[in-house]
Ligand binder design. Structure first.
Ligand SMILES: *[C@@H]1O[C@H](CO)[C@@H](O)[C@H](O)[C@H]1NC(C)=O
Ligand SMILES: *[C@@H]1O[C@H](CO)[C@@H](O)[C@H](O)[C@H]1NC(C)=O
Ligand SMILES: *[C@@H]1O[C@H](CO)[C@@H](O)[C@H](O)[C@H]1NC(C)=O
Length: 434
């Protein structure tokens, strides 16, 4: 089949992933930042991170002195790639002089990169700019005054981008340290893939800093877990969380538009940027780069819920100052949601809900369309676990790319994504088709 549609990131899969590990503090000292400006003393092999706490103090590149992009390896070396070893060195070398990604500061499990991220010195920022192929805006002018709701926008963006930096840092670390499962598939140009991911990781650092530095009290980073254990799943997951971001930044733009419309320009610039990324992640999965004519709308509470339900280690950072909701988990039980009209099955734990399933409706959000509302069908309860069916009329309704599912309290209007989020109790279920 040309289109292999999958239900990525079914919350059931993510929420219950027991082998997910945080990107670890590798037991190194935080001297990696020195190596990004100093001379490189260790060899490629000896500087590789191991999964058990090897030194990450030095970077692994072989071209520290060269500028980004000037020293690409000419072959990808897949033929002698060491499969199956957790600690072997990687065949890949990266050309960047920006080397923060393989390392985390040992004293904290929370995201702190060896270049100092999220607090970059001018020199470290300059290295990130080079790797990101551009800079933070240097526009000047009187600082805008932001309403509490607008500050919540910046908090959510920073909170999300911190996660993304951690994710791409972990992915790059896994690829470049030869973790089994993270070999770049042989048919791909590994130099190109690495170049892309290095730029993305640095670009996400700048997205995070741009938002976090707008806050009177900047956020601190968290500890994260990722449910993925191979390259293909990681790319599919990147596509899904990027889809959520692409929907949520629509909401962020609408909120800024009321009082600080000039900020919308930067939001739009970020939406386009994340869309470029997503075309790449989709193409790697043999999906057409552009999923649908108008990307699926989301709301801030859905993004905040998905991040907390799936990736952020509870209690590892203080989220109490972020005025957004964390819904209860809605698990997609159907393993593969493909093309065609079909019935899907979902479940949730009803123990904290004050009411019955009669009070609830199921909503699907796709594109910029009016949300699709239906009753829960075939409801079953075992203990606190409620399982139900729902129509997923993929062909009739042309549900391509991301569709967001939520279980909401009946009664109010459900004509917009914000109304759905206001009424939501369980969600989001993130359903990807083609
Ligand atoms: C802003 O950045 C551009 C591009 O890097 C640079 O040419 C310009 O001098 C900078 N302007 C200010 C005011 O810093
Ligand atoms: C990197 O590898 C570790 C160990 O296998 C895994 O737990 C983590 O999820 C991987 N990171 C990503 C982004 O997939
Ligand atoms: C692989 O990608 C690099 C850029 O990252 C490029 O210079 C090189 O020509 C590509 N190799 C092939 C065989 O296309």
């Amino acid at each position: 089949m040309a289109y292999r549609a999958t239900a990525l990131l079914a919350l059931s899969g993510l929420a219950s992933f027991s082998n997910a590990k945080p990107i670890q503090s590798y037991g190194s000292t935080a001297s990696g930042s020195d190596s990004s400006h100093g001379s490189m003393t260790s060899t490629h092999e000896s500087s590789m991170p191991s999964s058990h706490g090897g030194s990450l103090a030095s970077s692994y590149g072989s071209s520290m002195a060269s500028s980004y992009g000037s020293a690409m390896p000419s072959s990808n070396g897949d033929s002698d790639h060491p499969h199956g070893s957790m600690t072997s060195s990687s065949p890949y070398s990266a050309s960047s002089n920006y080397q923060s990604f393989p390392t985390q500061v040992a004293t904290s499990k929370n995201l702190l990169l060896s270049n100092g991220f999220p607090n970059l010195s001018p020199q470290a920022l300059s290295a990130v700019n080079n790797a990101a192929h551009g800079t933070l805006s240097n526009a000047t002018g009187p600082p805008p005054s932001f309403s509490p709701d607008e500050l919540t926008n910046f908090q959510l963006v920073a909170f999300n981008e911190f996660f993304e930096v951690a994710f791409f840092t972990s992915l790059l670390t896994n690829i470049t340290s030869g973790i089994s499962g993270f070999e770049i598939p042989a048919h791909l140009n590994s130099s190109f893939i690495l170049d892309t991911l290095i730029a993305v990781q640095a670009q996400e650092e700048l997205h995070a800093i741009n938002a976090n530095t707008k806050l009177p009290i900047p956020l601190k980073t968290c500890e994260y877990v990722f449910p993925t254990s191979n390259f293909n799943d990681a790319i599919a997951l990147a596509a899904t969380f990027t889809d959520v971001v692409l929907g949520t930044l629509q909401d962020v733009a609408v909120i800024f538009a009321a009082k600080n419309p000039e900020v919308v320009r930067g939001v739009a610039a970020t939406i386009g940027q994340e869309g470029e990324q997503n075309g790449f992640y989709r193409a790697l999965q043999n999906k057409i780069p552009s999923a649908q004519p108008f990307l699926t709308a989301s709301a801030r509470d859905f993004a905040f819920s998905a991040l907390n339900q799936n990736f952020v280690v509870a209690g590892s950072c203080d989220v109490s100052g972020i005025d957004l909701k964390i819904f209860e988990v809605l698990s997609l039980e159907t393993a593969n949601v493909g093309l065609g009209d079909q019935t899907i099955t979902l479940s949730f734990d009803i123990s904290d809900f004050h009411g019955t399933t009669e009070d609830l409706a199921f909503v699907l959000i796709s594109g910029q369309n009016v949300p699709i509302v239906q009753d829960l069908k075939n409801v079953k309860q075992e203990g606190n676990k409620v399982t139900f069916d729902a129509d997923f009329l993929q062909q009739t309704d042309l549900l391509f790319g991301l569709t967001i599912g939520a279980v909401v309290r009946k009664g109010g209007d459900l004509a917009t994504v914000d109304q759905v989020a206001d009424a939501a109790i369980f969600g989001p279920a993130l359903i990807e088709v083609a």
